[in-house]
Design a protein around this ligand. Structure first.
Ligand code: NAD
Ligand code: TYD
Length: 353
């Protein structure tokens, strides 16, 4: 009989998901990890090349909006735990196409909750549905204060509204059906394998190619930044030791105004590319603001530190430098994810073999 613990990780081919899959596959050889991902533009199996041949790893191409497919997945693998990361994740795209965010982030999450409920309902013991969410559900801060786990929800973009809705459904399944759940809400992540539509990888790519850096508004918006591997470690900690039914905020205690971050990034890139100091700053171009742009996010992650002992491992400058190094040495990855070439990889790997 197979006694391995069976864990479903959704969205494992994306940015954060790929780091979580890698961590779990390497750290827990006694777990059988199934990565279920639709492989949207943001999902890329190349992100997992280093672990794809491991015995405790399986990939399944699944759209979580397809309830039948989600059910079949639960039927096939008899999961003990779910770590749910699959989502549409980019605010700008949510402004262009809100419905896609409702489908994946809300309907997709409810499909997973239903499948978990149906398969676990006779015995919820030793089961866990871990929902990975964002600090953006709390809305926008003024100059002062931090988001805590008690901050009232006030989502202000279609993306954050869809994530807030999914959080509410997860809590509703706990309250109504007794589903064992845990939720974490994390600040902005940065690091390797992030799709170059988000601020840091987009600007690294543009600086490298001497293209304009489109700064929304005056660049006076503030975000709290966390290195993605620190987020993956936090997820590991909460998955194993978090209190059932609880919420944990995750953040870097690391606030930056966009314009200051961009100038720091420019100076790191100038050094790495052997350009004159200050030359990349000349690429900064102020453009039309994002509609409904949230002013400031800042997270109080002290509960996670106090109760479970987690804290971020890297200083921002160090993490940013590592990130720049990764993008500069993985130029081919950048070119491939921004072209159609990645589709050939998938065909070769899964459809022709
Ligand atoms: P991402 O966009 O890089 O990856 C999302 C993954 O989900 C992709 O692999 C994609 O193919 C997959 N996916 C999308 N729709 C799907 C569907 N219908 N069915 C199956 N798979 C689907 O996102 P990310 O930045 O890695 O974020 C992962 C999770 O973490 C999301 O839930 C996001 O809300 C949350 N989060 C992200 C950040 C951040 O800074 N990036 C911060 C806090 C929380
Ligand atoms: P982003 O990486 O999209 O994350 P989020 O909106 O979820 O916080 O953006 C981070 C910040 O950078 C946000 O204030 C918007 C800003 N930004 C720009 O100024 N220009 C850009 O081209 C992008 C993508 C973001």
């Amino acid at each position: 009989m197979n006694t391995m613990k069976s864990i479903l990780i959704t969205g494992g081919a994306g940015f954060i998901g790929s780091h979580v899959v890698r961590l779990f596959v390497n750290k827990y050889p006694g777990y059988s990890i199934v990565n279920a991902d639709k492989l949207t533009y943001a999902g890329n199996l190349e992100n997992l090349k280093d672990i794809e041949d491991k015995d405790n790893y399986t990939f399944e191409k699944v759209d979580i909006v397809d309830a039948v497919a989600v059910n079949e997945l639960f039927e096939k693998y008899k999961f003990d735990g779910v770590i749910h990361l699959a989502a549409e994740s980019h605010v700008d795209r949510s402004i262009l196409n809100p419905l896609e965010f409702i489908m994946t982030n809300v309907v997709g999450t409810v499909n997973l909750l239903n499948a978990a409920k149906d398969h676990w309902k006779d015995d919820f013991s030793n089961k866990l549905f871990y929902h990975v969410s964002t600090d953006e559900v709390y809305g926008s801060l003024g100059e002062e204060g931090l988001f805590t786990e008690q901050t009232a929800y006030d989502p202000r973009s279609p993306y954050s509204a869809s994530k807030a809705s999914s959080d509410h459904f997860v809590r509703a399944y706990d309250n109504t059906y007794g589903m064992p759940v845990v939720i974490s809400n994390c600040s902005n992540n940065y690091g390797s394998f992030q799709f170059p539509e988000k601020l840091i990888p987009l600007f690294i790519n543009n600086i490298k190619n001497n293209k304009p850096l489109p700064v929304y508004g005056k660049g006076d918006y503030t975000r709290d930044w966390l290195y993605v591997e620190d987020h993956a470690e936090a997820i590991d900690t909460i998955f194993h030791r978090g209190k059932l039914g609880d919420t944990y905020n995750i953040g870097g205690f690391n606030e930056w105004q966009n314009i200051d971050l961009i100038k720091l990034l420019c100076s790191i890139m100038d050094k790495k590319l052997g350009r004159a100091v200050g030359s990349s700053e000349g690429l900064i171009t102020f453009v039309k603001d994002r509609p409904g742009h949230d002013k400031r996010y800042a997270i109080d992650a002290s509960k996670l530190n106090r109760e479970l002992g987690w804290s971020p491992s890297l200083q921002f400058e160090e993490g940013l430098e590592k990130t720049v190094d990764w993008y500069l040495t993985n130029e081919e990855w950048l070119v491939r994810v921004t072209s159609g070439a990645y589709l050939n990889y998938y065909k070769n790997q899964y459809e022709l073999s």
